[in-house]
Design a protein around this ligand. Sequence first.
Ligand code: DP6
Length: 325
Amino acid sequence: MQDRKATSIAFSNIALIKYWGNRDHALRLPSNSSLSMNIAALTTTTTVEFRSDLANDVVQIDDAQACGSAHDRVAAHLDRVRALAGITTKANVISYNNFPAGTGLASSASAFAALTVAACAAAGLQLSTDELSRLARRGSGSACRSVPAGFVLWDACAEDNCSFGRTIAAADHWDLRDVVAIVESAHKATGSTEGHWLADTSPLQAARVASTPARLERCKAALLSRDFSALAQVIEEDALMMHAVMLTSTPSLLYWRPATLAVMQAVRTWREDGMPVAFTIDAGPNVHCICPADSASRVETLLHFLAGVERVLVSRIGEGARLTS
Ligand code: DP6
């Protein structure tokens, strides 16, 4: 094969209905459907070059050489692309996150979405958005939701070939903002991959999974009709259901810090006072405050006043992953 190179950009995403637990860990087939929106302010840009002079894949992330499990996870994903393309050539991968350094916002979603799009193009594969999303899922579950644009639904489907993200509303369907309160920048103790394995140790996981379809329908309806108060209700409920599972897993996963709870309580008070804002939290202590665009600067200002909030980042809804060269 001729040496081939491609560069892509992908946005991270924040789940409004969470993915937590797998029915098949190897294939990353999730226990339940999830729904997210892409975050325009958090991007990964990745260049993949297949080079016949390389004996091994070389992976560089934010100017540092990746080794150990971080390298192997990327190499395993490149193997999937090589298998599809019928090649064995090793690759040089250079990846940059634009996330402000040390914000605790590093995301496997944008990383594997960008890697999938760049690697497939560099390998000469021409895949549809659905196929790219499905492939990205194998690298990181939430990455399948960063391939398509805007508001994305990942349907829990029992088979590999039907498990991928698809856009249910364009990025400009509803001008929401994600105002992220960063309360801790340190790397999280237990990553999502390990967390997905622990989900089924919680007696609450079965109840969470069984009740997700109803929340998903409420969330979809709220989104499509732009009903913020219905959206606020359901996304907080869903995030708390996931954290209830985390807290009651063996071992227990407690991601919150005192400032996490302070932000959650403040958001509830602001909403009672009439401001449209709701929280959601992933596998970490930082709080994503979702609100309509015209409330974002007020939410940002109020967050700055809360003790324990280190930084605040405001983002629009992002497009899908794409090639830049
Ligand atoms: C809490 O997609 O990061 O953010 O498939 O192991 O890479 P892997 O897990 P990942 O899990 C995301 C978990 C979550 C909720 C969500 O994004 O839906």
